[in-house]
Each structure stands twice: as C-alpha cells, then as structure tokens.
Design a protein around this ligand. Structure first.
Ligand code: URA
Length: 234
C-alpha cells in the first residue's frame, strides 16, 4: 500500500515492505531509516524458535509415533550443511541425526575427504521417525519442507548437500531422478538467497547398493574440490 502525505510524496508503508518477505524494521533516527535486521538475530535463538515451531506441529502421524524430535547435529556456523531423510530407530532413541549404521557410513564418507563430522551441520527432511522406517510420504515431505527451508536460511551454508531422493524431492520436487541429477552443482533459491547444492546418494542406500559407492566417491571428491576452491574454513 502506498500512502500519500500532504505534499504528495510517496511514503512506503511498513506493510508493503513486510510483504516483500525481507526482514526490515523502521528506525526513527534521521539516518539509516531502514535497517536490515537479519544479521543481528542470533542464530541460536532462531534455531530454538524453529525447533519449537516443529515441536508444535499438529495432526502429524510421524510425531504421534516417534519418541522425540530429532532436530540437528554439528556446528550451526559451519559453511557446510547436510540434509538426510529422517530419523531411524537409533536417532529416535538418541535425539540426534545419523547416529546409526547410515551415520557410521556418513562419518567414513566425510573422513575420506578430510571433513570432521563435528565441523559440519546435519539435519533431516522430517524431524520425527517415520513408523517402521518408512519413507515420508509426499504430503509429509511437503509439510516439513517449510521447516527445512527455514532451517537452511538460518544456517546459511555455502554448500548444501542433499543426501538421497527424499532430500532432493523436498527442495526440487518429485519429477527428477536422483540417478540423473546427482554429482553436478545446482543452485537453489530459498527465501531470496541462492545456495550452491549437490545432490548425492544417501548412505543407507549405499549400504544396500554397494556397487553405487563409486558414484558417491566421485561426488565426494567434487565436494572436496569446491571446499578448496571456495577456501572454506572447516
Ligand atoms: N537416515 C537419515 O536420513 N537420517 C538420519 O538421521 C539417519 C538415517
């Protein structure tokens, strides 16, 4: 909405600015009248708010059947963020992502390109264990993708790694195939910010399909190359 003052000058209302989905506040000081607040907000507060929002989800079959919310692991300030599918039995017990067999393989995969697991940030598409470890259904993936996008915006990684078709589907939709899309750098825009993204196989899939590990290794080397090229501190 544009409000005209007596001198017919256009004054942009806060309502209009807020509709752009950018975090601005009005400040009555004569200079810096419009200030961007996004950097000032504490990442840890934002993560806590997101965790609360997820824990308040209603009518969710995943939440009803799980023993607890599994939010994330690792360093929120990391330039690298990994997204898996959803907690399994061990993760559900411990409240941490990737602590079971798939997690052990993930640790090895990271070690193979000289990344310490505690130096990166890890989360999942869904934050409650699906019953009997079933794949989250499309409506669940869509519902939780809103939280995932917020999560990515808060962490603001330089490299986003999507492990498995569920993570891929959550952000790129279900029309593409992981076997075709893995291994190449893509850009995804989330809340007006572009993230460099690599889709690769999920460690649980590699445990079942050992012959696919060679592709995973190619992807890991590509990720290492990019970390070096961007001179990321991890
Ligand atoms: N598989 C996932 O996708 N996430 C976990 O946390 C564990 C296994």
């Amino acid at each position: 909405m544009i409000i005209n003052d007596k001198n017919q000058n256009n004054i942009i209302s806060s309502e209009l600015i807020n509709s752009y989905d950018i975090n601005y506040v009005f400040n009555n000081e004569p200079i810096n009248r419009v200030k961007n607040t996004s950097n000032k907000e504490n990442k840890y507060d934002l993560l806590n708010n997101l965790r609360k929002k997820i824990s308040n989800i209603n009518n969710c079959e995943l939440k009803k059947n799980a023993s607890q919310l599994v939010f994330s692991d690792g360093n929120p300030k990391s330039p690298i963020m990994i997204v898996g599918e959803g907690p399994g039995q061990k993760e559900d017990q411990e409240g941490k992502p990737f602590v079971g067999d798939a997690g052990k393989l993930l640790n090895k995969m990271l070690e193979s390109i000289k990344i310490e697991r505690n130096k990166i940030y890890i989360t999942n598409v869904v934050n409650y264990r699906p019953p009997n470890n079933r794949k989250p259904d499309p409506s669940e993936i869509m519902r939780y993708s809103i939280f995932l996008k917020e999560h990515i915006s808060i962490i603001n990684p330089k490299i986003l790694i999507l492990m498995g078709s569920t993570a891929m589907e959550s952000l790129f939709g279900s029309k593409i195939k992981i076997s075709k899309e893995r291994g190449t750098w893509k850009e995804i825009i989330i809340n007006q910010k572009t993230y460099l993204t690599m889709i690769t196989f999920h460690p649980a899939y590699l445990l079942r399909q050992a012959d696919q590990k060679k592709y995973s290794w190619t992807d890991l080397k590509e990720i290492r190359k990019k970390i070096d090229k961007l001179d990321l501190k991890i």
